[in-house]
Design a protein around this ligand. Structure first.
Ligand code: NAG
Ligand code: NAG
Ligand code: NAG
Ligand code: NAG
Ligand code: NAG
Ligand code: NAG
Ligand code: NAG
Ligand code: NAG
Ligand code: NAG
Ligand code: NAG
Length: 829
C-alpha cells in the first residue's frame, strides 16, 4: 500500500461520512475507509474480543466485561445463538444467560462497543453450528444455500434480532453500542461445493442485511467475493497479509485465534502470549484497522451446547480470560500493554503515509508519518524464526529485536513495546479444597439405576421398518435414542448358538444390550465418529431382544453441508453373523424407538422431580453403567471460581441445583504422545504446537458458576452412562498460587494475587541474568545483591505490588555493560 492511496481512501471516507450522516440523523456515526474505522468523525483503530453470552452466566458478565475493558479492548464481539433462542419454531427464549439485550446493555454500561455477529450460522464449536435442528426437519429445506424455505427462516430470525436491538436503541446509529454487524460467517471457506446457488445465496444475504437498515456497517468474514458495501474480513492465526476486496474497506481481522478448542480425547492447546502479540503487532504494522480476539473469554459449553462431535464442555480456548473468568497471565497483561502502545499512536496510524523497508534476514522497518505534522511511528519486525537481530538505525538508535517479534518505536526512535519481551506476571493457578464449615473431606452419595425395564424389553413409543437418522428422529431434545428389535431363532438351527452382533453406526457412542444384558459400549477414536461395533453374543431359541442405545456428543458444526452429516445407526447395517459367516441382516426389521432416557423424562436431575423418592443410600455401586448419583455439598467460601473435580467418573452429564454444567467424560484420556515441556513461541503457530496434558483426562474439572450455588445446601446430580466411581469427586476453588515475573530493565513489573489474598513469600528474586522459567528459576552469572530483600520489602503482605525494574530500585549489579538485565521473581500467594 502506498501513501497516496491511503490519502485517497481518506477522501473517499469523508464522502461516505457525509452520505451516512444524512441518513442517520441523531446517534453515533460509524463509517470507514481503507485506513480507519471512523466514529463520529474520529479516525480509530479498534481492539475487540469475543465473549459468547451463553458460555458464561449473566452474573459473570459485568466482571468479564470490566476485565475486557481494563485489558484495553474497545469492543466486545458475540455471535447470536439461534438454536438457543428459538428451540422450537416460533417459541423463543431470551432468559438467563440467553438475555442478549441485557448482555449488550452490560457492555454499553461499561462504555464499550459491540460487534454483533448475527450469522445466524455461528460455527463456534457450537451444537449444529447454531442452527436449530427443527430447521433441518422442515420439508423441502436446504440449509445455508439459495433455498426459499431456509431463507425465509433465516430472514425471520435475523429480522427479529435486529428489531429487538432497534427497539432498545442499541445500534450506534440510534445512540447505542453496536457499531458493526455481521451476516453469515466464514461462508467463503466452504462455498465451493454449493456452486451457483452458494453465490446467489451470498448476494441474497447481503441484500437482506442491507434492507434491515441498521445504520452501521455490515461485515462478512472469510468472504473474498462479499458484495459491496459488505466489508470482507479475515479470520486466522495471522492476518498481516490479508487485503480486503475493496480499497475503501478497512483491513479487519474478525477472528484472531488466541488459542484453540479442545476435544474429548484431545490434548490441551496453548498459544503463547508472545506469538499472539506478534500476530497482532504485525497486523497493525501492515495497515490493520480492526482486530478481534477469538476468544477473549471462551467459557463453558453448559448443557448440551457443545458442537463437534466430541467438543469438550470446557471452551477455555487458552483465551486472555480463562474459562472461569480469571486473568490468563501473562497473555492478558502482555496484550493489554500492546493495546496501550498501539492506542498511543492511533492518530498517526490512521492519518499518514506508509513506507516499508526490508532490512534483510526477515527484518522489516515500517514507517507511518504524517508529513504535515511530522508525527510518526515505526514498527520494526523480525520474522526470522531462529535469529535475533541487532538493528542499528543510526541517529534513531540501536534495537535488539528477538526472532519472531515486533518492536513498536514511538517517534521512530524509542522502543515502547516488543512482542517477545514479556513484562507481565505469569500466574500459576492452583486448586484449593472446599473449606466450607463442616464440609466432610468426602461427599456422601445416594444412587439409583436408570429405569430401563421397558427399553430392555423392546418397548418403544413408535416403530419403523428401517434404521432412522438420530437427530432427525430426536430433533435433538436428548443425546439418546433407543433402537430396539427382536429376532426369532429356530431351535433346530445350530448356526446361531455362537453369534456376533455387528452394528455399523455413524456415532457418536453405542451401548448394546441383548436379552437385557449389556454386551458392550463403543465410541469413535482418533477424531473419527463412525465405527463398526462387533461383539460375540449368546442367542437362545425363540425370541431374542436386541436394544441399542445410541448417544450423540455434540452435532457437527463445520464444513460444506455439515447440516446433513448423519448421526446414529441410520441405515446400519445391523447384522447377526453366525457359524460359517451366515449373516442375518436386521436392518429392515421392525425397529421400535424411544427418544431420550426415562431418567430424563422423570427429571431425575432436578431436585423437584416427582420421582425423587427412590434414591438409595446402600451399597453404592462403582463402575456401574446407566446409574444416577446424588450428593449434597456446601458452597466453598469466598469469591474464587468453583469447579468440581470429576476424576474417576466415566461419561455422562452433571447438574448442580438443577442447572446442567455440561457433559463430562474424564475417562476419555488424551493421547500419550505429542506433548512437549518446551514451547517455543517462534515460528508459525498451529493447533498442534505447544500441546500439554498428554495421557491425562482430556477434561477433569468442570465449572460450577457461583450463581448456580446457594449459601446453604446444594445438590450435585450425576448421570453415569458407562460406569465410574464418584468416590473422588470433590469441589474446589481456583486461584493464583504463584505469581512469576521475568521483566526487562526499564519496565515496571506488577505482581498480584487474586480474591483478596496477599503475597506471603518471595521464593526467588534476582535482578541480573537469571535463567530458567517460572517454577525453576536459577541465579545467572551476575545480579544486584539486594534483589531479594528489595522485592520482599515491596511485595510481602500486599495483594498487589509494583516494582520498577532498574538500578535505581535495586542498586548497581556486577553484570557487564552489555548484559540485557531482567528481574526474575517467584512470589507465593
Ligand atoms: C416470522 O414468521 C412469523 C410466522 O411464522 C410471522 O408471524 C412473523 O411476523 C415473522 N417475523 C418476522 C420478523 O418476519
Ligand atoms: C534468518 O537469519 C539467518 C541469519 O541471520 C539467515 O541465514 C536466514 O536466511 C534468515 N531467514 C529468513 C527467512 O530470512
Ligand atoms: C490528518 O492530518 C492532516 C495533516 O496532515 C490534518 O490536517 C487532518 O486534520 C488530520 N485528520 C484527522 C482526522 O485527524
Ligand atoms: C425350524 O427349522 C427346521 C429345520 O430346518 C424347519 O423344519 C422348521 O420349519 C423351522 N421352524 C420355523 C418356525 O421356522
Ligand atoms: C457403514 O455405513 C456407512 C454409511 O454410514 C457406509 O459408508 C459404509 O459402507 C458402511 N460399512 C459397512 C461395512 O457396511
Ligand atoms: C468369515 O469372515 C471372516 C472375515 O470377515 C474371515 O476371516 C473368515 O475366514 C470367514 N470364515 C468362514 C468360515 O468363512
Ligand atoms: C556477581 O556477584 C555474585 C555474588 O553476589 C557472584 O557470585 C558472581 O560471580 C559475580 N558475577 C560477576 C560477573 O562478577
Ligand atoms: C517507578 O518509576 C517512576 C518513574 O519512572 C516513578 O514515578 C515511580 O514512583 C516509581 N515507582 C516505584 C514503586 O519506585
Ligand atoms: C560483553 O562484554 C564483555 C566484556 O565486558 C565481553 O567479554 C563479551 O564478549 C561481551 N559480549 C557480547 C555478547 O558482546
Ligand atoms: C480460516 C483461516 O484463515 N485459517 C488459517 C488460520 O491460520 C493458519 C495458520 O496461519 C492457516 O493455515 C489457516 O489456513
Amino acid at each position: 500500500m502506498t501513501g497516496s492511496m491511503r490519502d485517497m481512501f481518506f477522501v473517499f471516507g469523508l464522502a461516505l461520512l457525509f452520505f451516512c450522516s444524512s441518513v442517520l440523523g441523531e446517534g453515533i456515526q460509524v463509517t470507514y475507509d481503507g485506513g480507519a474505522i471512523i466514529i463520529n468523525g474520529e479516525r480509530r483503530v479498534l481492539f475487540s474480543g469475543s465473549i459468547h453470552y451463553p458460555r458464561s452466566t449473566a452474573q459473570m458478565w459485568p466482571d468479564l466485561i470490566q476485565k475486557a475493558k481494563e485489558g484495553g479492548l474497545d469492543a466486545v464481539e458475540t455471535y447470536v445463538f439461534w438454536d438457543r433462542h428459538e428451540p422450537r419454531r416460533r417459541e423463543y427464549d431470551f432468559t438467563g444467560n440467553l438475555d442478549l439485550i441485557r448482555f449488550i446493555k452490560t457492555i454499553q454500561d461499561a462504555g464499550l462497543y459491540v460487534v454483533l455477529r448475527i450469522g445466524p450460522y455461528v460455527c463456534a464449536e457450537w451444537n449444529y453450528g447454531g442452527y436449530p435442528v427443527w430447521l433441518h426437519n422442515m420439508p423441502g429445506v436446504q440449509i445455508r444455500t439459495d433455498n426459499q424455505i431456509y431463507k425465509d427462516e433465516m430472514q425471520n430470525f435475523t429480522t427479529m434480532i435486529v428489531n429487538m436491538c432497534k427497539q432498545e436503541k442499541l445500534f450506534a446509529s440510534q445512540g447505542g453500542p453496536i457499531i458493526i454487524a455481521q451476516i453469515e460467517n466464514e461462508y467463503g471457506n466452504i462455498m465451493g461445493p454449493y456452486g451457483a446457488a452458494g453465490k446467489a445465496y451470498i448476494q441474497w444475504c447481503a441484500k437482506m442485511a442491507e434492507s434491515l437498515n441498521i445504520g452501521v456497517p455490515w461485515i462478512m468474514c472469510q468472504q473474498s467475493d462479499a458484495p459491496q458495501p459488505m466489508i470482507n474480513t479475515c479470520n486466522g492465526f495471522y492476518c498481516d497479509t490479508f487485503k480486503p476486496n475493496n480499497p475503501s474497506s478497512p483491513k479487519m481481522w474478525t477472528e484472531n485465534w488466541t488459542g484453540w478448542y479442545k476435544t474429548w480425547g484431545g490434548k490441551d492447546p496453548h498459544r503463547t502470549a508472545e506469538d499472539v502479540a506478534f500476530a497482532v503487532a504485525r497486523f497493525f504494522q501492515f495497515g490493520g484497522v480492526f482486530q478481534n480476539y477469538y476468544m477473549y473469554h471462551g467459557g463453558t459449553n453448559f448443557g448440551r451446547t457443545s458442537g463437534g462431535p466430541y467438543i469438550t464442555t470446557s471452551y477455555d480456548y487458552d483465551a486472555p480470560l480463562d474459562e472461569y473468568g480469571n486473568l490468563n497471565q501473562p497473555k492478558w497483561g502482555h496484550l493489554n500493554q500492546l493495546h496501550l502502545a498501539i492506542k498511543s499512536v492511533q492518530k498517526v496510524l490512521t492519518n499518514s503515509t506508509f513506507t516499508n523497508k526490508q532490512l534483510g534476514n526477515g527484518v522489516e522497518l515500517s514507517t507511518y508519518i504524517n508529513e504535515a505534522t511530522g508525527e510518526k511511528v515505526c514498527f520494526l519486525s523480525n520474522q526470522n524464526t531462529t535469529n535475533d537481530a541487532n538493528i542499528d538505525l543510526q541517529k534513531d538508535g540501536k534495537y535488539f529485536v528477538p526472532a519472531w517479534s515486533v518492536s513498536i518505536l514511538g517517534d521512530c526512535n524509542k522502543e515502547v513495546y516488543n512482542s517477545a519481551k514479556v513484562n507481565t506476571q505469569t500466574s500459576v493457578m492452583v486448586k484449593k479444597p472446599n473449606k466450607a464449615e463442616n464440609e466432610p473431606a468426602q461427599l456422601s452419595w445416594l444412587w439409583r439405576p436408570e429405569p430401563m425395564k421397558d427399553t430392555l424389553k423392546g418397548k418403544g413409543t413408535f416403530s419403523a421398518t428401517k434404521l432412522l437418522e438420530q437427530k432427525e428422529t430426536t430433533v435433538d431434545v436428548s443425546d439418546y435414542l433407543w433402537y430396539m428389535t427382536s429376532v426369532n431363532i429356530n431351535k433346530s438351527d445350530h448356526s446361531w448358538s455362537k453369534a456376533t452382533l455387528r452394528v455399523n453406526t455413524t456415532g457418536h457412542v453405542l451401548h448394546a444390550y441383548v436379552n437385557k444384558n449389556c454386551i458392550g459400549s463403543q465410541w469413535g477414536k482418533g477424531g473419527k465418529y463412525n465405527f463398526i461395533f462387533e461383539q460375540p453374543i449368546k442367542l437362545k431359541a425363540g425370541i431374542n431382544q436386541i436394544s441399542l442405545l445410541s448417544a450423540t456428543v455434540g452435532l457437527q458444526n463445520y464444513g460444506s453441508f455439515f447440516d446433513l452429516a448423519l448421526t446414529g445407526i441410520v441405515g446400519g447395517p445391523v447384522q447377526l453373523i453366525g457359524a460359517g459367516n451366515v449373516t442375518k441382516d436386521l436392518s429392515s426389521n421392525q425397529w421400535f424407538y424411544k427418544v431420550g432416557l426415562n431418567g430424563e423424562s422423570q427429571q431425575l436431575y432436578s431436585e423437584n422431580s416427582p420421582h425423587n423418592n427412590k434414591w438409595d443410600s446402600n451399597e453404592l455401586p462403582i463402575r456401574r453403567a446407566m446409574t444416577w448419583y446424588k450428593t449434597t455439598f456446601k458452597a466453598p467460601l469466598g469469591r474464587d471460581p468453583v469447579v468440581v473435580d470429576l476424576q474417576g467418573m466415566g461419561k455422562g452429564q452433571a447438574w448442580v441445583n438443577g442447572h446442567s454444567i455440561g457433559r463430562f467424560w474424564p475417562s476419555f484420556l488424551a493421547e500419550e504422545s505429542g506433548c512437549s515441556d518446551k514451547c517455543d513461541y517462534r515460528g508459525q503457530y498451529g493447533s498442534n504446537k505447544c500441546l500439554t496434558n498428554c495421557g491425562n483426562p482430556s477434561q477433569r474439572w468442570y465449572h460450577v458458576p457461583r450463581s448456580f450455588l446457594r449459601d446453604d445446601k446444594n445438590t450435585l446430580i450425576l448421570f453415569e452412562e458407562i460406569g465410574g466411581s464418584p468416590l473422588q469427586v470433590a469441589f474446589q476453588t481456583i486461584t493464583v498460587g504463584t505469581a512469576c515475573g521475568n521483566a526487562y530493565e526499564g519496565s515496571t513489573l506488577q505482581l498480584s494475587c487474586q480474591g483478596g489474598q496477599t503475597i506471603s513469600a518471595i521464593q526467588f528474586a534476582s535482578f541480573g541474568d537469571a535463567q530458567g522459567t517460572c517454577g525453576s528459576y536459577l541465579k545467572g552469572t551476575c545480579e544486584a545483591v539486594n534483589s531479594l530483600s528489595v522485592v520482599q520489602k515491596a511485595c510481602v503482605g500486599q495483594q498487589t505490588c509494583l516494582i520498577n525494574v532498574s538500578e535505581t530500585t535495586f542498586g548497581t549489579s556486577n553484570c557487564s555493560g552489555n548484559t540485557t538485565k531482567r528481574l526474575a521473581v517467584e512470589a507465593v500467594c
